[in-house]
Write a protein that binds this ligand. Structure first.
Ligand code: CA
Length: 235
């Protein structure tokens, strides 16, 4: 699959940032649509059917997080938040509202393009019932059909919670998942605020799959926010 020609809608009220993104995304082969307000974004989404939305949070007619929450009730278009707000709680709020990823300004073009590729691949990828049976990450192999985990050619036994945690992160590789999202998916809604559950089980999981659990390379901690599984190497 190629990303070239995919439409990116940027919702951003600062002309300099729009100019920077217009050039960077245009050079990378994307078609760029622009909106300076949430009202304009609403129209652009309806008329332009973007493949991905880059969303500033502080906009003249409202807040991007509230808009994301509302948008997610009826649309699945991936949203990458681009914001000067770099606090952990802003990231968590945006991700929990339904944003797919979060970049703090200033950010580099390469980083932005990498994040766009991840969300585009995930949104255009195979649906759940035709997902590949085997997921490979460097020395780790997850055979979903056989429920089998192999690390450096040796089978590893995971608890049911560790297994669910790993498969969830692997299926969302490249994307940060918040503690709340992980709790909801792995434990169900009941443990909504107990993020220490995630930390404890993740520490055990790392001992089993990382070559050096103190310096994890497969599952990266996003401090105060959640976890991101590193994308598999391209062969
Ligand atoms: Ca702004």
């Amino acid at each position: 699959m190629t990303d070239v020609g995919a439409t990116v809608l940027m919702v951003e009220d600062e002309p300099q940032v729009r100019r920077f993104l217009r050039v960077a995304l245009g050079t990378a082969g994307y078609i760029v649509h622009e909106a300076a307000t949430l009202a304009a974004a609403q129209v652009a989404v309806r008329d332009g059917a973007p493949a991905v939305i880059l969303l500033d949070l502080g906009l003249p007619d409202g807040d991007g997080i509230a808009w994301t929450r509302q948008f997610r009730t009826h649309a699945a278009t991936p949203i990458i938040v681009i914001s000067a707000r770099g606090r952990e709680e802003d990231k968590v709020n945006a991700l929990d509202a339904g944003a797919n990823d979060y970049l703090t300004k200033p950010f580099g073009v390469r980083e932005l393009l990498a994040r766009i590729r991840v969300v585009l691949r995930q949104s255009s990828g195979p649906s759940v019932d035709v997902e590949p049976d085997v997921l490979r990450f460097d020395r780790l192999e997850i055979d979903v059909a056989k429920h089998r985990i192999v690390v450096a050619d040796a089978e590893v036994h995971l608890t049911p919670i560790e297994y669910k945690l790993l498969v969830l992160l692997a299926r969302n590789a490249g994307r940060v998942l918040t503690h709340r999202q992980i709790l909801k998916d792995v434990w169900g809604n009941a443990h909504g605020t107990e993020s220490h559950h995630v930390r404890v089980h993740l520490a055990e999981l790392r001992k089993k799959i990382e070559s050096n659990p103190a310096q994890p390379r497969l599952i990266i901690t996003e401090p105060g926010v959640g976890y991101r599984m590193k994308e598999p190497l391209k062969l």
